[in-house]
Design a protein around this ligand. Structure first.
Ligand SMILES: *Cc1c(COP(=O)(O)O)cnc(C)c1O
Length: 360
């Protein structure tokens, strides 16, 4: 079997070129006679690798000098507790609930302080982003928390909330590097890498320097203090070396592609093909309001569970895999991250057209 078109929400498709480089370098990384998997993280070779990886990310995202880049373990989910432990000085934070991931982060934060829900779109199955222009932000909130792209529901903030001067913390797991961002708009911008960047098992957290202090909750484990990792250049303990290497290859691929503005154009063009089809289809319907549509995760339904199942099954047989929607939404979801080629989306739409003709 050849390569399939993989629409998985995560772990997800990686650029074929990157996988080939990793394959070529598997036994002997840059003439050192070892794989990156085998080498000491304290070696000069790895030290150069991690520094170059960080430098490439800084170039891609134009990260200001007063932000630290941390490569951490525990996935995006461990940040749900690290963030309150490190930032809740007044023990108050405001959360905007736009899906399961924001909700999980909020539930975790409630263990450490007063975590207020200042807006939510749960009333309509998270199918939209609430108006965040004038929210009841708490006067003593340590931060305002959002999940910027909602992987499960397929919505994305097109405009950041008005935090009324409070720090903004954003989970960008499923839209990381999909378009340019202004890092200075955030106190922390972070994401698990397995959606749009690399293999599973790591989170990249980009944190404004002044937020990295010893003033954390007294019970905070050493491993969960941002300062522990910042002081040690993400090498307090053994980092996820191979994942850092893979992310580095993806950063180089993105730089070669022309950077994040070019990726944004490509992602908009790809998403348009699928959304335009959904908007005129009699059978398939998108599930979120048009203004808030994600460029990365596109959920859709036929309205008939059996037909959805038939579609997913036939699509898989035709080489379009992982299209089944999240268990909480049902239907289908096509995740069309950076590494999904335009041809993959074109081919999927052609397949959907044909399916509609044969089953309509
Ligand atoms: C996948 C995902 C997570 C969870 O990531 P883990 O690395 O599995 O902890 C959190 N937030 C968002 C937006 C996600 O898409």
């Amino acid at each position: 079997m050849g390569r399939v078109y993989n629409f998985s929400a995560g772990p997800a498709v990686l650029p074929e070129e990157v996988l080939k480089t990793a394959q070529a370098e598997m036994l002997d990384y840059h003439g050192c006679g070892q794989s990156v998997m085998e080498m000491s993280h304290r070696s000069k070779v790895f030290d150069d690798l991690i520094h170059e990886t960080e430098a490439d990310l800084r170039t891609l995202m134009q990260i200001p000098d007063n932000y630290k880049v941390l490569f951490l373990q525990g996935g995006a989910s461990l940040q749900f507790s690290m963030i309150p432990m490190n930032l809740m000085k007044n023990r108050v934070a405001d959360y905007i609930i736009t899906g399961q991931w924001a909700k999980k982060a909020w539930q975790e934060a409630r263990k450490y302080g007063q975590a207020n829900v200042v807006a939510s779109s749960e009333d309509k199955t998270f199918s939209y982003i609430p108006d965040c222009s004038d929210l009841p932000i708490s006067p003593d909130a340590d931060y305002v928390y959002i999940c910027e792209n909602n992987t499960i529901y397929g919505t994305k903030y097109k405009k950041l909330p008005n935090t009324k001067g409070k720090l903004l913390v954003s989970d960008v797991s499923s839209c990381f590097l999909s378009e340019p961002v202004n890092v200075s708009d955030y106190g922390i911008i972070y994401g698990g890498v397995q959606k749009n960047i690399g293999p599973a098992g790591m989170v990249i957290s980009i944190i404004r320097e002044d937020l990295i202090t010893d003033d954390v909750m007294e019970f905070t484990p050493t491993m969960m203090k941002f300062k522990t990792h910042a002081d040690a250049g993400s090498m307090y303990n053994t980092p996820n070396c191979y994942c850092i290497y893979m992310c580095g290859l993806v950063f180089k691929w993105l730089l070669k592609m022309g950077g994040l503005s070019v990726m944004k154009e490509r992602n908009e063009a790809k998403a348009k093909v699928l959304y335009d089809f959904l908007d005129q289809s009699e059978m398939f319907k998108g599930t979120v309001v048009k203004e808030d549509r994600s460029l990365m995760n596109v959920p859709f339904v036929t309205g008939d569970k059996d037909l959805d199942a038939k579609f997913v099954k036939e699509a898989e047989a035709a080489g379009f895999v992982n299209l089944k929607g999240h268990r909480s939404v049902g239907g289908m979801r096509a995740s069309i991250y950076n590494a999904m080629p335009a041809e993959g989306v074109d081919a999927l739409v052609a397949f959907m057209k044909n399916f509609e003709k044969e089953n309509g």
